[in-house]
Design a protein around this ligand. Structure first.
Ligand code: AMP
Length: 192
């Protein structure tokens, strides 16, 4: 199995690039943000709960998010591997992910961090707001909060994966195609 954590701040291009990796490496794309948005759209109990946090640019509590992740992994027993997009975002989530995968006889192969400067992130999120309809993209204060939450709670995960020799940084600037090509090259090299 090939299991990749795609890491990076909001607006780094994780969702877009995850789609490219899914096709090339035949992986199952697991985005906790997408699952939360699906639940919000369908007005489920989970959706109502998640919306309260997401609309403020805060993280949904670990307990809820980890449970959701486990159920998504369980829904895909035939998967040849996963690309985790937007998960883990905290150390307890990363520990839970290791446990879930170990129980299934597999593990994370690599964590790829898309490296993008802050000014570029804010610009991308503002542009995305025009088409995504996402409330958390539309408000500069919420964007600022999401980037801060990323720096405080998620960025330290770099160490978690670095200590396991699994952290790889990729330049996230340029065209979508440029970045995809860099990712393919990086993954192929890591697997060689
Ligand atoms: P994303 O689509 O990954 O940008 O996520 C959008 C929002 O969903 C985040 O700002 C959080 O409020 C929530 N969210 C997504 N994934 C997680 C996670 N792993 N842990 C906590 N909250 C999450």
């Amino acid at each position: 199995m090939l299991n990749i954590v795609l890491f990076g701040p909001p607006g780094a291009g994780k969702g877009t690039q995850a789609e490219m990796l899914v096709t090339k490496y035949n992986l199952c794309h697991l985005s906790t943000g997408d699952v939360f948005r699906y639940n919000i759209k369908n007005e489920t109990e989970l959706g109502v709960l998640a919306k309260g946090f997401m609309d403020q640019g805060k993280l949904v509590p670990d307990e809820v998010t980890i449970k959701l992740l486990i159920s998504e992994v369980e829904k895909n027993p035939q998967a040849e591997g996963f690309i985790f997009d937007g998960f883990p975002r905290t150390t307890p989530q990363a520990e839970a992910l290791d446990k879930i995968l170990t129980e299934r006889g597999t593990s994370i192969n690599m964590m790829i961090a898309l490296d993008v400067e802050k000014a570029e992130l804010t610009e991308r999120l503002k542009n995305r707001a025009l088409s995504s309809g996402r409330a958390d993209d539309a408000d500069p204060e919420i964007i600022e909060n999401r980037i801060k939450v990323y720096m405080d709670e998620t960025f330290p995960l770099k160490e978690f994966y670095d200590q396991q020799g699994k952290f790889i940084k990729v330049n996230g600037h340029g065209t979508i195609e440029d970045i995809t090509a860099r990712l393919f090259e990086t993954i192929d090299l890591a697997l060689a």
